[in-house]
Design a protein around this ligand. Structure first.
Ligand SMILES: C[S@@+](CC[C@H](N)C(=O)[O-])C[C@H]1O[C@@H](n2cnc3c(N)ncnc32)[C@H](O)[C@@H]1O
Length: 246
């Protein structure tokens, strides 16, 4: 995943995978023909007033949305909220597009691709490293940020690749509104400890938990993710950590 130190060509070094298995026909078409409609425009200011075709009340950001289930689920449940999803992994971006258009492999592609009628046009996609997006997001403008099951990089020598780190927290603290929430979920003991160490004594954040029930169980507005299912299948118990921007 991410290093705060290693950089090349002015781009931060990304340690994860950008591509997985060969992307088949329908998803390739979605990436080529439909993604441009949802992509964050390079030249536009990033705020809830300019990004969406219809007005939204709040702006949420999901960092590393994986195959997009959580982002698509949240956007469906919250039609009045605008969502930005950032993901480097191309196959994941393609999967999100498949969920929100209902277009699956093996089916005939419609002449005109659009989001499913029951959905609002409330998702925008940044298909690259979110650290390249941060600078374009104004201070105090995002209501909620999700970092769900980030790559744990459990080895000590890889600790500087962990997404929850001082540099990224500085940006997250800057763009989150006062009272906004940073939600981190993890199934990894080392990452849980690491996250609490990074955030508990951080002067911009307050852990909202008052008892074990608040972090051992999924919050009321939760949508299941692929990595959450994998963790449970493999016998690990996820934790759900909400931090308020103070
Ligand atoms: C372990 S996966 C979890 C995916 C998903 N959140 C879930 O719970 O199923 C972590 C994801 O974060 C993405 N990621 C890591 N660093 C990122 C960054 N700086 N910008 C955008 N995506 C990132 C990776 O590509 C990967 O898909």
């Amino acid at each position: 995943m991410l290093s705060t130190a290693a950089k090349s060509d002015d781009k931060p070094k990304f340690y994860g995978r950008r591509m997985g298995r060969r992307i088949r026909k329908a998803k390739t078409t979605l990436l080529d023909a439909f993604l441009p409609q949802l992509k964050i425009p390079a030249e536009m200011p990033i705020n809830k007033e300019t990004l969406f075709s219809t007005p939204v009340d709040k702006l949420y950001l999901e960092i590393g949305f994986g195959n997009g289930e959580h982002l698509a689920g949240q956007a469906l449940k919250n039609p009045d909220i605008g969502f930005i999803g950032a993901e480097v992994f191309k196959n994941g971006v393609a999967n999100l597009l498949s969920i929100i258009t209902g277009i699956k492999e093996g089916e005939n592609l419609p002449e005109h691709i659009s989001i499913l009628p029951e959905r609002k046009d409330n998702i925008r996609v940044f298909d690259d490293d979110v650290r390249l997006l941060f600078a374009k997001i104004p201070d105090n403008s995002v209501d909620k940020i999700f970092v769900l099951f980030p790559d744990p990089w459990p080895k000590k020598r890889h600790a500087n690749r962990r997404f929850i780190n001082p540099d990224n927290l500085k940006e997250i603290a800057r763009i989150l509104k006062k009272g906004g929430i940073l939600r981190v979920a993890t199934d990894h003991k080392i990452y849980k400890r690491w996250t609490l160490e990074q955030l508990r004594n951080h002067n911009a954040f307050k852990w909202t938990a008052t008892c074990g029930n608040d972090w051992k169980h999924a919050p009321a507005d939760w949508v299941e993710t692929k990595y959450q299912r994998k963790a449970i299948r493999e016998g690990r118990r996820p934790v759900f950590l909400d931090f308020e921007r103070v």
